[in-house]
Design a protein around this ligand. Structure first.
Ligand code: ATP
Ligand code: MG
Length: 754
């Protein structure tokens, strides 16, 4: 027997769970109650006290980060390194498949295709089938295929169930060919890893028996987020029999039904709710003491989550002190919100103004947890202005994001056509059929002639040498940059941005993808308009050059080096399982958090509420919640309404300058005593609106292009008033106004014939 001091650190319930090793076990407990800690100790206990060989243990979780952390912690508990399967679902399956690939008719060294590979495959299939990938993107097919695989609907089944209408037939065909191609290439995608492992087990009893025999003890963290296929995988492994034919189900699952936040990706909350039914004789241990948070934070979490209906009743307690109340700050707008948060961080962490000594707390103890990535930008600005180091986890810093960089390159080109770097970046963004060869040719010509790449684009003879589609596309691009170049100082920067976004085809290409990723890129692009509108408000006369300069400075501020001691910015989703002493939850507004989509369905709202619970329970010492009375999102400023979750939160727990009072006229009758009787009024879908607005503007500009002008025409310009056309050549029109002659671009300049 080894030392058992690690067990002594556990409370009675935790110890009971860690030492209950035979038969199914469910550890169902709220956030911060030590579920993950208990599971780690259980592994150590099995090895050190029960003499279980590490080889006989399988522990799975969801993210690489979580798996690594658990491996490290177990290693610490049992001493020197052991080779044990503490893995994510995917990597566990990959290991199994490598060994038995032949049984599934795959080569042992099969490839694993990542999303980029998958897209290439589908693209080729679309070409074969003459499918217009502008209308139906590869991502569209892939998301359906993935969904099918999660539900175990094979291509053949799909074709026999669906296929009544044209679209379904097309999807069925693509799915079928996709599967055949992967097979032919000896490749699997991520979904296959789980799916094929399950197939392997189902079709090869001796293999299944082998793994059942090997994995005598199975453990799963964050079980509430498993989907159907992961469940089947576990179930197959756990339904083992010992030598005497008795069932042995040493499966221990750990989770919190209140933290299921991945239903939109197929997670099935029933897996955890019905564990006791699925595995008869299961022992359930409920951990009720929370070790993470202060009593006030815990009470706040509870007051929110108790509004969910389909949940197992459980309440956490703590013997920690009450701690501070939850600070609520209702900001004027999103800038004020960010300023407030940055100054709070400064107040607690910043250097002491009086003594000059460095501040009390490390920056790494702070986290800002937001609902959507698009929110990060204002915080990045506020933090960097104050010199507070930060890092954006699980996402790029705002100005590092692809779509933002792309659009900035369009604007850079408009500002400065000689910017070859910018042109190379966007020449095939969106897809214009410009491949490496075309680009090479353009480059060589530019070098030989000692001109910019853009100048080469203006050479009709060169352009004509490409295929008709490419040449058409490149002409359009050159025309776009040229006309906006002429107009850039006659128009608002936000209008210029709208025009580029729409007329370059960039926005449309994203809209047609219909994926979560594309949606989030659109959000970011629309959010970029807020940046522009913000600058325009500050300085209505700012021109494009000045604007680009300001942005370049911001984008350059490099806080990457300071990772070891930096404030963490991330989405609420990626914060699952983590903890921080100081947590900020900004954007507590209906339509943002909960997101507007949640208002369509009650269970959508419940999932958002669980996310709110996850957020609150990340905090150890102090929690701030903020909202903004007006928010500029996607370039549009709107009055907001405080989040339903704030209204649900016990107001006794809130503190701050402007504590929310429950007398919002718009919600009267809908909320009674803070309880949502009905789903509240659906908030405005700002993203859709912003997209439509942007398009309308661009269309209006295009309409003007339809008019034809000739020398001598009387015209009126929105800004310069009335004038007379002097000359029209190509896209350029020269007009004499009262006291100036101006060159304008047809199709962009707000001109009207009189
Ligand atoms: P989540 O639901 O967020 O995943 P969890 O239930 O997995 O949370 P842990 O992360 O294991 O909780 O633990 C939360 C915190 O409580 C950790 O800081 C951990 O060290 C501490 N903790 C857990 N058990 C005890 C205990 N018995 N005594 C003191 N501290 C504990
Ligand atoms: Mg945990």
């Amino acid at each position: 027997m080894g030392r058992t001091d690690y067990l002594d650190k556990l409370n009675d319930k935790q110890k009971e769970a860690a030492m209950y090793t035979e038969g199914p076990l469910l550890i169902l407990a709220g956030a911060g109650s030590g579920k993950t800690s208990t599971m780690t100790c259980r592994i150590a206990y099995l090895i050190r006290e029960m003499d279980v060989h590490p080889y006989n243990i399988l522990a799975v979780t969801f993210t690489n980060k979580a798996a690594k952390e658990m491996r490290d912690r177990v290693q610490k508990l049992i001493g020197e390194g052991v080779n044990m399967w503490i893995l994510t679902f995917h990597s566990a399956c990959l290991r199994i498949l490598r060994r038995h690939a032949e049984l599934l008719d795959y080569g042992r060294d099969f490839a694993v295709y990542d999303p980029t590979d998958q897209k290439t495959v589908v693209k080729n299939i679309c070409k074969e089938l003459n499918i217009d990938t502008k209308k139906f993107t590869p991502s569209y097919f892939l998301s359906i295929i993935s969904h099918c695989k999660e539900q175990r609907i094979s291509a053949r089944e799909y074709n026999s169930i669906y296929g009544t209408d044209f679209k379904e037939q097309m999807v069925g065909q693509v799915y079928d060919r996709y599967e055949k191609t992967l097979k032919k290439n000896n490749a699997m995608d991520f979904d296959d890893l789980l799916l094929k492992t399950v197939e392997l087990f189902e079709e090869n009893e001796e293999v299944l028996l082998r793994y059942q025999d090997r994995f005598q003890y199975i453990m799963v963290d964050e079980y509430q987020d498993t989907n159907m296929i992961q469940y089947t995988f576990l179930r197959l492994l756990a339904d083992a029999r010992d030598r005497d034919g008795n069932v042995r189900r040493n499966i221990c699952v750990v989770g919190d039904d209140d933290q299921c936040i991945y239903q939109w990706r197929g997670a099935d909350i029933r897996n955890i709710l019905e564990f006791e039914k699925d595995f008869p004789g299961a022992k359930t241990v409920k951990l009720e003491q929370n070790y993470r948070s202060t009593a006030n934070i815990l009470a706040a979490a509870h007051s929110v989550i108790s509004h969910n209906r389909g949940r197992k009743a459980k309440k956490l307690w703590t013997d920690a002190e009450d701690g501070n109340k939850i600070i609520y700050y209702n900001a004027d707008d999103e800038k004020d919100e960010a300023r407030f948060i940055a100054s709070e961080i400064n107040r607690i962490a910043g250097p002491d103004v009086l003594t000059g000594s460095p501040g009390g707390e490390d920056y790494r103890q702070f986290a800002i947890l937001y609902r959507t990535n698009a929110q990060s930008r204002t915080f990045e600005e506020a933090l960097s202005t104050r010199g507070i180091p930060y890092r954006v986890l699980g996402g790029l810093r705002y100005y590092d994001r692809k779509e933002i960089k792309d659009m900035m390159c369009y604007m850079r080109l408009v500002q400065n056509r000689a910017d070859d770097l910018a042109l190379v970046r966007i020449i095939n963004e969106p897809k214009r059929g410009v491949g490496g060869k075309t680009l090479e040719k353009l480059r060589t010509l530019a070098q030989v002639r000692e001109v910019s790449l853009f100048d080469v684009l203006l050479d009709d003879d060169v352009i004509a040498s490409f295929s008709s589609k490419v040449s058409e596309n490149l002409k359009a691009l050159a025309g776009l940059i040229e006309s906006y170049g002429i107009e850039r100082d006659n128009m608002k920067i936000s209008d210029l941005y709208d025009g580029l976004l729409v007329n370059s085809g960039y926005m449309k290409a994203l809209e047609e993808q219909h994926t979560v990723e594309a949606e989030s890129r659109l959000e970011n692009l629309m959010e970029f308009k807020s940046v522009i509108v913000g600058y325009e408000k500050e300085d209505p006369n700012m021109n494009l050059a000045e604007f680009m300069e300001r942005i370049a400075l911001l984008a350059d501020v490099d806080n990457h080096d300071t990772e070891e001691n930096a404030v963490t910015l991330m989405t609420l989703h990626s914060a699952k399982g983590l903890e921080f002493p100081y947590v900020f939850m900004p954007g507590m507004e209906d339509g943002l958090f909960p997101g507007w989509r949640a208002f369509d369905r009650e269970d959508g709202l419940e999932e958002e509420r669980r996310l709110c619970y996850v957020g609150i329970t990340r905090a150890k010492k102090r929690l701030w919640m903020t909202s903004a009375r007006t928010r500029t999102l996607y370039g549009r400023t709107d009055y907001t309404r405080e989040s339903v979750f704030l209204r649900e939160l016990d107001s006794k727990l809130l503190d701050g300058d402007s504590v929310y009072e429950k007398k919002d006229r718009r919600t009267e009758g809908v909320f009674r005593d803070g309880v949502s009787e009905r789903i509240p009024i659906k908030p405005f879908d700002q993203l859709k609106y912003a997209q439509a607005q942007t398009k309308r503007k661009a269309e209006a500009m295009a309409k003007a292009a339809g008019q034809s002008f000739a020398a001598g025409d009387k015209v009126s310009h929105a800004k310069f008033g009335e004038g007379t056309v002097l000359e029209v050549s190509g896209q350029v029109i020269r007009i004499e106004f009262k006291d100036q002659v101006r060159k304008l671009a047809l199709g962009i300049a707000p001109l009207e014939k009189l």
